[in-house]
Write a protein that binds this ligand. Structure first.
Ligand code: SF4
Length: 470
């Protein structure tokens, strides 16, 4: 499937792209299919099973709530966050749900929605099966969907007929400058004398004109800034838990507003040359705390790893000289090129390959974007991405309490600083290096396949079993 920059960077809802955004999109698609096939007005009850990683950590990741919102017809980028608690409480109280806001059906979240973390389906660890029943209890429609990371969803039909995928969505070869590996991307850059961002720009032309791409990138950058502002407490914060605290019962406090205040108080009179790093940390904390509270964030490439790319882009735009809109666009396009290579050749799903596929990939993307706008050649950009990914290989996903908080929030802050380090390290060289990005991506895929499932977003191993709620 051909992947656009706007498939990787999407405005969504926290706390998880695979466990919140994906299930919401799949549930809405299921409801729309009911409507398309003339079954909507015959539906009397809904059921859903969340399997594998969705079953194991779906509660903490908000998958159960996301499914209900999707059935109601809401989309992750536009659902009004403040209305959600009231809608879900009404379903809980009445055991009725407004399917696509048109058809009132029975749905009891305690009985009709089952989370089964022990059962997995072979195609992908994030599986969900939904069914609509008529008044006699007969199944009108039953569908299985997979949430494959970064908010992408795949139906069972597509999973069963990988050979037909080109009929359903165009493959990369339909793009003006197709590439399937970093080596092919570098060859294209060399052959046409283009930067990585310019190759991506040409390919984005497959979907829309250049002006529309520029406007879309500007909108993504605006959404990232708005998220940082809310997370820092500058604009009204999305309140997903107690004041100053994140939801979930682990008493994880929001730190970004205090960190910002502290930085503002000290920035004029400190000679600390590394204080820029503290600002990068702040930006990442702000995004991931907003994400953990169910706020609005941009997938980059996932929600759990959503802080790294915006933190490094804020650094580039606000702390480096010569910030321009064009540089912002080049940053995002270059980062997207790396993200799509990782998605196409391995995975960006923590449930499939662990956190190396989320924070590791985000680090590689941000490193490449920064290297590019600091004047890196395509070879140096590829090197920066490789450094960013290589040093996250083997990183497990073990979210405490099934929440996207510990280790995720701090991990983004650390990953953002590592991105800057990777970009600068690459710029110190001439682009020649021993391990290629393609080799690092292949290694991530193989390491992910070898990783036990308890380290892949099930919260059955690692930190998740050693930290308990107070
Ligand atoms: S540990 Fe990493 S992969 Fe797992 S939920 Fe957190 S950010 Fe995502």
């Amino acid at each position: 499937m051909a992947i656009s920059v706007f498939d990787l960077f999407k405005v969504g809802i926290g706390p998880s792209s695979s466990h919140t955004v994906g299930p919401m999109r799949a549930a809405r698609l299921f409801a729309l299919r009911l409507q398309r096939e003339g079954l909507l007005m015959r539906a009397a009850r809904l059921r859903c099973e969340l399997l594998g990683s969705l079953g194991a950590t779906g509660r903490g990741h908000g998958s159960d709530r996301a499914v209900q919102l999707g059935w109601m017809g809401h989309e992750p980028d536009t659902v009004p966050l403040d209305a959600i608690p009231g809608w879900l409480q009404a379903v809980r109280d009445t055991h009725r749900l407004a399917l696509l806001n048109e058809r009132d059906v029975a749905f009891d979240p305690d009985h009709d929605l089952v989370l089964d973390g022990r059962r997995s389906l072979p195609f992908h660890p994030n599986a969900m099966t939904m069914a609509a029943l008529n008044a006699s209890g007969e199944v009108l429609l039953s569908e299985t969907w997979y949430s494959v990371g970064g908010g992408f969803v795949v139906s069972q039909d597509v999973a069963d007929h990988a050979d037909r995928q080109a009929d359903i969505a165009p493959g990369p070869d339909t793009l003006p400058l197709p590439f399937h590996s970093a080596a092919e991307l570098l060859a294209l850059c060399q052959k046409h004398g283009l930067s990585v961002a310019s190759v991506m720009r040409r390919n984005e032309g497959h979907w829309r004109d250049d002006q529309a791409t520029r406007e879309g990138l500007q909108a993504i950058w605006q959404a990232m800034q708005a998220c940082v502002r809310r997370g820092c407490g500058i604009d009204e914060v999305h309140q997903g838990g107690l004041p100053g605290e994140l939801p979930g019962g682990f008493q994880v406090r929001r730190r970004a507003p205090q960190v910002r205040q502290r930085l503002l108080n000290t920035s004029d009179n400190t000679p600390d040359p590394l204080q820029h790093m503290d600002w990068v940390t702040l930006y990442a904390l702000a995004v991931n705390e907003e994400n953990a509270s169910g706020g609005r964030v941009v997938t980059a490439p996932t929600n759990g790893a959503a802080g790294i790319v915006p933190a490094v882009l804020h650094h580039a735009m606000f702390h480096l000289p010569h910030a321009t809109e064009e540089r912002m666009e080049d940053f995002l396009l270059t980062a997207a090129a790396i993200g799509l290579l990782c998605k196409e050749n391995a995975s960006i799903s923590g449930a499939e390959v662990g956190c190396q596929g989320e924070v590791g990939v985000a680090c590689a993307m941000a490193a490449a974007g920064l290297c590019a706008i600091m004047g890196g050649t395509p070879e140096q950009v590829e090197n920066a991405a490789e450094i960013g990914l290589e040093h996250h290989l083997g990183l497990t996903c073990d979210p405490v309490g099934g929440l996207v908080q510990i280790p995720c929030i701090e991990r983004n802050a650390v990953g953002a600083v590592q991105s800057i380090h990777a970009a600068r390290l690459a710029l110190l060289g001439d682009g020649r290096h021993r391990v290629s990005l393609d080799q690092a991506i292949l290694t991530m895929k193989q390491t992910g396949a070898d990783m036990q499932s308890r380290y892949k977003e099930t919260s059955l191993g690692g930190l998740a079993v050693n930290i308990v709620a107070c």
